[in-house]
Design a protein around this ligand. Structure first.
Ligand code: 5AD
Ligand code: SF4
Length: 472
């Protein structure tokens, strides 16, 4: 047997969204208190956690095939006299529950996203030879009980950080599993969020991204006893010393209120990039998706946001081939994209998720039609993205340097518009914001040269330029 004081190693594989990244970090922090150190090598782990995603097709199948590989590894370790514990966490754990342990006996532990605070106790059950399955919803308790990262842990993660302020969703879009896997909307109190933000800033975090499945539905008791919305919270966070950049994701168009839009105009720390998914540009499809707004509502909203912050870069998610989507309805989505002009977008073929209303429909769009639509949509978005990135060439922008680049002597950072930039400079600049003259355009990043303090950074006015270039 290993000596009790010997370090145990945990390997965490994270699938899906940024909230899972944040949750994986919180779990790693909680396990650190139990003597676990993180490892990148699955074969040396004493505990393997798969933090899973259930949003689109085949997610569960991917997890099962990964578990097949892990089973072989676990058996080898057992022959060498070493116990390896295997856990499935995240949304597949929530959706499948005990079914996972039945289908994959290699799994010792199934924990849903709201129960991570119980991990240390559940691991003790497993070590004692009992399987542990926990998929209760108790998010308030989760955040109270999970330990905060230490300064050293935060420093090791770099100068950008995520902070979950809200979980769950009450919107019930008819294609989406989130309301079932993450449960009802719950907001963390402002005080706890501001405290966590201060700790992160103290440990060197310069850019904070607030996370929530429906982040702009956040509302909570403010530190002044009134109820706040996300706008008010952002004003407060902008006062935290050291936090130079704030972002939030993902937002629902219906929850963009006046205070939040005003914050985009007022707060220099609030970065001019907003992920605001619309999913479709056709009113009938938006209604069938239960999005609770039409295409025109969305266009008016983006106009208002741009009135507050003219250079804001917008991104969106799109689903092509929602059941019953006609050619004309797909064209309406293409027109909306042309009108808005996006700096980036994520697009997916519709995939039926068991348990969601849309999965019961019998008018699925043919696979070949979906593929063709996706290709056209992605080509349009790629052209807009390139046009947007090209706006930066020849200008000076502020870049937050985040990490060493791929090439020696290079560091990587991001512009306020979330564009990646590679610059020839020393790693001592990591964690600082520098002026960079953009002089080249790669496929996934911009190239730039340090510009010194003199030239003023310039705003990129994305929407106008791309809309003008692509308008019929
Ligand atoms: N099929 C395809 N795409 C989906 N998304 C969510 N559910 C589905 C589904 N059933 C996409 C949406 C959402 C993003 C996170 O994933 O576009 O905004
Ligand atoms: Fe899913 Fe987002 Fe709709 Fe909520 S708002 S149901 S998370 S797509």
């Amino acid at each position: 047997m290993a000596a009790a004081e010997e370090k145990k190693r945990v390997f965490v594989k994270t699938y899906g969204c940024q909230m899972n990244v944040y949750d994986s970090e919180r779990m790693t922090d909680a396990l650190a208190a139990d003597g676990y150190v993180p490892t990148q090598k699955v074969e040396e782990a004493d505990l393997v956690l798969l933090n899973t995603c259930h949003i689109r097709e085949k997610a569960a199948e991917k997890v099962y095939s990964e578990l097949g590989r892990i089973r072989v590894m676990k058996e080898e370790a057992a022959r060498a006299g070493r116990q390896v514990m295997v856990g499935v966490t995240g949304c597949v754990a929530q959706a499948e529950g005990a079914e996972i342990a039945r289908r994959a006996p290699v799994v010792d532990l199934v924990v849903g996203p709201q129960s991570y605070q119980h991990l240390p106790r559940l691991l003790k059950d497993v070590a004692a030879g009992r399987r542990a399955i926990e998929t209760e919803f108790a998010i308030a308790e989760k955040f109270d009980a999970l330990p905060a990262a230490t300064k050293a842990q935060t420093r090791a993660r770099g100068v950008t950080a995520f902070l979950t302020i809200q979980e769950g969703c009450d919107k019930f879009c008819t294609f989406c599993v989130v309301p079932y896997t993450r449960g009802a909307e719950v907001s963390r109190p402002a005080g706890a969020i501001i405290e966590e933000a201060r700790r992160l800033a103290d440990a060197g975090v310069r850019e904070l991204t607030l996370l929530g499945q429906n982040v702009n539905a956040w509302h909570g008791d403010g530190t002044d006893g009134r109820s706040w919305g996300l706008g008010e919270l952002l004003y407060r966070l902008a006062e935290v010393p050291g936090l130079d950049r704030l972002r939030y994701t993902t937002s629902h168009p219906r929850d963009m209120d006046e205070a939040l839009i005003a914050a985009h105009g007022d707060l220099p720390a609030l970065m001019p990039y907003l992920h605001l998914p619309v999913q479709s540009g056709a009113d009938r499809i938006l209604a069938a998706m239960n999005r609770k707004h039409g295409a025109d509502d969305y266009l008016r909203l983006t106009d208002r946001i741009r009135a507050a912050r003219p250079d804001i870069a917008l991104s969106s998610d799109f689903i092509v081939g929602f059941p019953g989507e006609s050619d004309a309805e797909f064209e309406a989505t293409m027109r909306l994209i042309e009108t808005v002009g996006y700096a980036a977008a994520y697009s997916f073929k519709y995939s039926p998720r068991p348990g969601t209303p849309a999965a019961l429909r019998d008018d699925m769009v043919e696979e070949a039609v979906m593929s063709e639509r996706l290709q056209r949509l992605q080509a349009l978005v790629a052209a807009q993205q390139t046009a947007f990135n090209r706006l930066a060439v020849g200008r000076v922008v502020d870049v937050l340097f985040e990490k060493p680049g791929r090439m020696a002597g290079q560091i990587m950072g991001r512009t306020p518009y979330l564009q990646a930039v590679a610059v020839e400079a020393g790693t001592e600049r990591i964690g600082t914001i520098g002026r960079v003259a953009i002089d080249g355009l790669g496929t996934n990043s911009l190239f730039g040269t340090l510009a010194g303090a003199q030239p003023r950074p310039e705003a990129l006015t994305a929407g106008n330029a791309t809309a003008a270039e692509t308008a019929p």
